[in-house]
Design a protein around this ligand. Structure first.
Ligand code: AMP
Ligand code: MG
Length: 358
């Protein structure tokens, strides 16, 4: 592809950066910007040329639709046909925030490339001042997947974006490290139930709390689409792709008893080292010392007692695995409550199904 000059706006120049980045978006450019989840790569959702540049810069498969980001819920009417009562409750409780709603798209409102030809569009309002100001100043609904090369961990700092996309996009607005560190929760409301298509920054427990006991919430990732309910297709096209994988092989070790978990992880790491592999361990801070006599490559990822710190640190930790040239990574699992559910979903993807439960 033809290389571009990628402009970098440091956090200290954010006012000038916002003006220039908003103008670039309005002119059909593609700009990476911080949100509370991860850095997004934005383009005018109405422009097929801009959206095509996003797919091209990322190397993203064209059948994986994009999330449209708005400055506020008022802009929703232009994009979607209707919003039902449950959806209204979700919007009232979680916007701005890391919750994406899949809604019936108003024909012609966005480029068909954004929705990958579906009759729905995924929408959210980010809880990040710089992101909302950029979107408002650009005057566009902004289609924005994560600002990484397809298959790489999502960027949680501006330098991650530069590592992946320098020369492929028009600019990067640096707003410091992102907060949540994992992507938004994607939901679809159908027949009075809320379906979680992708776990993320808004937790199941928070959804339950907001919706009360009368709204069922499901977490299956497939849906029956034919008349007799036989063919299963992914509800969210993105879930069929392998994401977030470091270059080395990863083994995820899980189980409720942490002593057994640690001892299985130590064993797996020793075994791989004996086979001559460059082994690293991805572990919560509390357990880091347990691996010091096995490897120097200990990558600390948050605290076992505060899963939000592990969520915040995960993608940078996965990138570090690559920087250190690890070819085998043993990762400890975390408790799956709250944001731990989304954290474990991403760790399972990173491990590509290699999981040892003790
Ligand atoms: P990303 O942009 O990488 O954060 O991924 C966006 C996620 O939203 C992917 O998992 C998509 O499959 C999902 N998504 C986007 N639009 C739709 C839609 N119209 N219906 C269902 N899922 C969608
Ligand atoms: Mg992504």
């Amino acid at each position: 592809m033809i290389m571009k000059e990628t402009h970098y706006w440091p956090a200290t120049e954010s006012e000038a950066g916002l003006n220039e980045a908003a103008a670039a978006l309005a002119a059909g450019g593609v700009i990476a910007f911080p949100t509370e989840t991860v850095y997004g790569l934005g383009g005018d959702a109405r422009s097929s040329a801009a959206v095509q540049s996003i797919f091209k810069a990322k190397g993203r498969p064209s059948d994986n639709p994009l999330i449209v980001h708005l400055a506020g819920p008022e802009a929703l009417g232009v994009l979607v046909e209707r919003v039902n009562e449950i959806e209204r409750t979700l919007i009232a409780n979680f916007w701005p925030g890391p919750l994406t709603l899949v809604l019936p798209v108003r024909p012609g409102a966005v480029s068909p490339l954004v929705t990958a030809g579906l009759d729905t569009v995924a929408v959210r309002v980010p809880a990040h001042d710089m992101a909302r100001r950029l979107i408002a100043m650009s005057g566009c609904p902004v289609a924005a997947p994560s600002a990484n090369l397809s298959g790489r961990p999502s960027p949680t700092e501006a330098h991650h974006v530069m590592e992946d996309l320098d020369g492929r996009i028009d600019g990067v607005l640096d707003g410091g490290p992102t907060g949540v560190g994992l992507e938004s929760t994607v939901v679809r409301v159908l027949d009075g139930s809320v379906h979680i298509l992708r776990p993320g920054g808004v937790t199941l427990e928070q959804l339950q709390q907001a919706l009360g006991p009368n709204v069922p919430i499901t977490e299956q990732h497939t849906i029956s689409t034919d008349a007799v309910g036989q063919a299963e297709t992914p509800r969210s096209p993105g879930v069929k792709y392998t994401h977030y994988a470091p270059r080395g092989d990863m083994l995820l070790v899980t189980g409720g008893n942490s002593e057994r978990l640690i001892s299985a992880a130590q064993h797996a790491a020793e075994e791989a080292r004996r086979q001559g592999r460059r082994v690293g361990v991805l572990t919560p801070a509390e357990h880091a010392d347990r691996y010091r006599n096995i490897t120097h490559d200990i990558i600390v990822c948050g605290s076992i007692h505060a899963p939000e710190t592990a969520a915040h640190a995960l993608y940078a930790a996965l990138r570090e695995c690559d920087e250190r040239g690890l070819d085998y990574i043993v990762a400890e699992g975390y408790p799956e409550t709250g944001i731990g559910a989304a954290l474990m979903n991403r760790l399972r993807k990173a491990a590509g199904g290699h999981e040892l439960t003790v």
